[in-house]
Design a protein around this ligand. Structure first.
Ligand code: SF4
Length: 483
């Protein structure tokens, strides 16, 4: 797609012609006709009396009604020549993406929903790219990135090959987003990682009930067994990541974070004594567009503060436990920007005029700039943050699709209300909408690189489309929901 965009831009602004005047409107119009390109000015949103979106429609007949994301059938070779910063920056390392997409279906995870389908790079390609990247940049740290590294089909072969290739060289290799199981420790062991760096696990919720709701089900005992194994193999620090504010969360679910953390640290003490450390990161869940939780409300500021106080009060008593959390003001800012509609553009502009700038950095943050900005435009932040959406509500982002159907998301949301989990869709396709949208592409690229089922015969596709139809029937019959 980038080539299509560049071709159009070149047509309007040839490289060797200086001071060329061109019509910006015509350029944008031509760009808007490229599949996957969204040019907001050719779309208009109207609102219902209650302030929710009635619809967003194109203002011209020659641009698409709905913009569908574009994907590559096969991942292109990974970049290996990065700009090397001469100051300390975050992510100060070479990265090679091993796969894109995720089939786990965690209901809070926007990346998992919008980057489908899963496509993997070969072991050989990853190793060669890693070598080239390290040689061309001089980095001493390498990250093999993906949304769920343990799910990469050839993860054992990959860690083996990386370990052999970089034998004797000073290189730290990171394998983020590992599942909570002993195999993950084997992988890190194989990469001969320094145990001082700590081992990170992300259960996201501490009670089994809540892990069912978010579709990241792992029994408590598996978490305890894995953490015990990590400490026994010589790591002294474990980092556990949780979120508070999940839909339907109670104080018992938050108490479970304390209880689980205490069990983990007790296991650590048995294995490594008083050297043991546990870092507990607790962020606040912000419902994201294009996910099964796009209908739910953000937790209230009062609840968030109460839950955080409860955690700090109990966990910080233990000197071996460190706790970090997100400030509620930052969460609110993220929440209204995340699910805002077009009117938020004016709010952002007014907030900037009021002094808001670099809000992601504490020193530049100016919370007081935002409320007057909302007031100036007759809007209320709570409309965007503290509101459960109607089941049939039209979302401000609905004219842009990641090819995962709204009915699929709603059905998944409904299942979460019943505490039902969905298994990894590599073993059972749930007809999320990816295959019908990209069926030609899938057919042209058979084999194992894509993790969705192959679409070979007409009957195979009908099976998927049949599932889509029945899913639509469920979704079409929207019901009201209660926690
Ligand atoms: S089409 Fe099926 S296998 Fe592919 S991402 Fe969707 S649910 Fe998963």
């Amino acid at each position: 797609m980038i080539h299509d965009i560049l071709d159009v831009i070149k047509k309007f602004k040839p490289l060797n012609v200086k001071r060329l005047t061109f019509n910006r409107h015509d350029l944008l119009l031509e760009l808007a006709r490229i599949p996957g390109v969204y040019v907001p000015q050719f779309y208009e949103t109207s609102y219902l009396e209650d302030g929710t979106v009635a619809h967003t429609l194109p203002t011209r007949s020659d641009v698409p009604k709905v913009i569908t994301k574009r994907i590559v059938a096969k991942l292109p070779p990974p970049p290996t020549k990065f700009i090397v910063p001469n100051i300390e920056v975050v992510h100060n390392r070479a990265s090679v993406e091993i796969m894109r997409g995720c089939t786990r279906g965690c209901r809070f995870c926007q990346a998992g929903m919008i980057t489908r389908p899963v496509r993997e790079r070969s072991v050989e390609e990853v190793v060669e790219a890693a070598d080239a990247a390290i040689r061309s940049t001089g980095f001493e740290e390498l990250a093999l990135t993906s949304l769920s590294s343990s799910d990469y089909t050839h993860i054992s072969e990959l860690t083996e090959a990386i370990s052999n290739r970089f034998e004797g060289r000073k290189l730290t290799v990171g394998l983020p987003s590992l599942r909570i199981e002993s195999v993950s420790i084997d992988l890190m062991d194989r990469l001969r990682q320094q145990h001082s760096a700590g081992f990170t696990l992300a259960p996201e919720a501490a009670s089994e009930r809540m892990r069912r709701i978010i579709n990241k089900f792992i029994p408590d005992e598996d978490i305890i067994n894995t953490t015990r194994d990590i400490y026994q193999r010589g790591w002294t620090t474990i980092k556990l990541y949780f979120m508070i504010g999940h839909p339907s969360e109670t104080l018992e679910d938050v108490q479970a974070i304390v209880d689980l953390s205490k069990r983990v640290i007790a296991e650590g003490r048995k294995a490594v004594g008083w050297k043991v450390k546990l870092n507990v990161g607790v962020s606040t869940f912000v419902p994201k567009p294009q996910t099964p939780f796009q209908w739910v409300s953000l937790d209230t500021k009062e609840n968030i503060l109460e839950k955080q106080a409860m955690l700090k009060r109990q966990l910080l008593k233990d000197k071996s436990i460190k706790v970090s959390w997100t400030k509620p003001e930052d969460t609110l800012l993220e929440a209204f920007l995340t699910r805002g509609d077009r009117r938020m553009a004016e709010v952002v502009y007014s907030a900037w005029k009021n002094g808001a700038k670099f809000d992601a950095w504490n020193e530049g943050k100016k919370d007081a700039a935002w409320l007057p900005a909302f007031a100036e435009h007759g809007l209320d932040p709570a409309f965007y943050t503290q509101r459960t959406r109607r089941a049939d509500e039209v979302f401000p982002w609905e004219h842009i699709t990641a090819a995962v159907r709204k009915n699929f998301l709603f059905e998944d949301f409904r299942q979460s209300l019943e505490g039902q989990i969905r298994v990894d869709c590599r073993t059972h396709c749930f007809a999320c909408g990816i295959l019908p949208t990209f069926k030609e592409m899938r057919r042209e690229h058979p084999g194992d690189v894509w993790k969705c089922p192959e679409v070979k015969r007409k009957s195979a596709l009908s099976e998927v489309e049949g599932a889509v139809a029945s899913d639509e029937a469920i979704g079409g019959n929207f019901c009201e929901f209660n926690w």
